[in-house]
Design a protein around this ligand. Sequence first.
Ligand code: AMP
Ligand code: ZN
Length: 465
Amino acid sequence: MNKPVFFNTLGRKKEPFEPIDGKLARFYSCGPTVYNYAHIGNLRAYIFSDILKRSLIYNNIRVKHVMNITDVGHLTSDADEGEDKMEKGAQREGKTVWEIADHYTQSFKEDIAKLNILEPDIWCKATEHIEEQIAQVKKLEENGLTYKTSDGIYFDTSKLDDYRKLSGQNTEDLKAGARVEMGEKKNPTDFALWKFSPKDHKRAMEWDSPWGVGFPGWHLECSAMSIKYLGDQFDIHTGGIDHIQVHHSNEIAQAEGSTGKKPWVKFWMHGEFLVLDKGKMAKSGENFIILKTLEDKGFDPLVYRYMCLTAHYRQQLTFSWDALETAKNGFERIKTKILDLKQQKAPNADSPATMSKHEATFLAAINDDLNMPKALAALWDMLKDDSLSGEKRRMLAERFDEILGLSIKEIGTDSIPDEILTLADQRQIARENKDWATSDSIRDDIKSKGYIVDDIKDRYTLRKA
Ligand code: AMP
Ligand code: ZN
């Protein structure tokens, strides 16, 4: 079997993947910040990491997957300035920050379940790992990589010779970029490891530390918790492309700065953004689209998953209601085809070689840096291959679905009530007897009960109206 090849942001090229220890792929995904619902852009990032994880399992690679929940109140910008997101959420809803975190953690878990995203083996909350975060800052301090200002403990990025290795950004790019709020920072890329609580204001979330009461900088939780659960060096770290420049660069600085081991993570993989045809995905207002918005308009969450699979994860995907409708039609075509195959009784002379050929084409697409559009095309080619029996095609589709996650097994007659199936059988007998009047009247009856019967040569298929 060929090995999967993935695009590694670190080095910016495709590389064959093999677990560091040859057995277990240790894998960390940056999880949600739970001060509001996840928007469908956020959810695209988790569909991407789910496909990655499922593809490893499909390749017979065992996976240990860890995802964090950012439930600490961080400040709104990467520069650690602005309002605290959790406190802002609590004020908006008249709840405590803890209630806000619980509520949105729960709704995130419900969303990913609806999208058939496999749960990580370990969920870890930032607020439950303050000790580990403090310990990491202490190590950085011992290693001479920190300094103190009036508002916190900062990482001195000038002490590293490779701070920009992930972003590939040089100092000139940085100068040309957005104005950086320096405050008392020594270098534009320096960042807070520990922030002191303001003297005039008691924060809803704050902890004691060797440096005074305060709270961790937002990059710290991921490096501290991933090391705790996956070790000093591990295989894969994922997130959206917006994380490359700051969040993940800072995580690397913290991890390698505290353990001294390089490289900390072997594969860095980043998902491109979901954008709207009219502007950016927003956290509020008309451009704030969540899974419930889709459901309220009658879309099955799996239609959104299918839509995400139609684009490569490193390509921007533009969301519009029309595009979602197109995805719905595409997904429906697959469902109808599978339903048709389930009802096909005609025996075909199945060739194992043909089955292997389809499996190999599908796997080659997956292993070529998760080329899902190609994998979907391979699924279609297989479904249309009349040299294979309906049963074998269905079996292959279910095998492919171990990665696609479109609940293909559940598509079928079992979702159609017995009453409708009996009516359809009676109608088929009427047709065979050329009793067209009865056949038409049963078809109308079936339709009035919410189902459509389509005749295909001497067979029929059923679908919801
Ligand atoms: P957050 O909850 O803001 O930390 O974001 C959760 C995940 O969503 C991160 O991996 C982000 O990189 C990712 N993300 C944020 N916005 C988008 C978007 N429009 N499209 C795809 N991924 C996104
Ligand atoms: Zn993270």
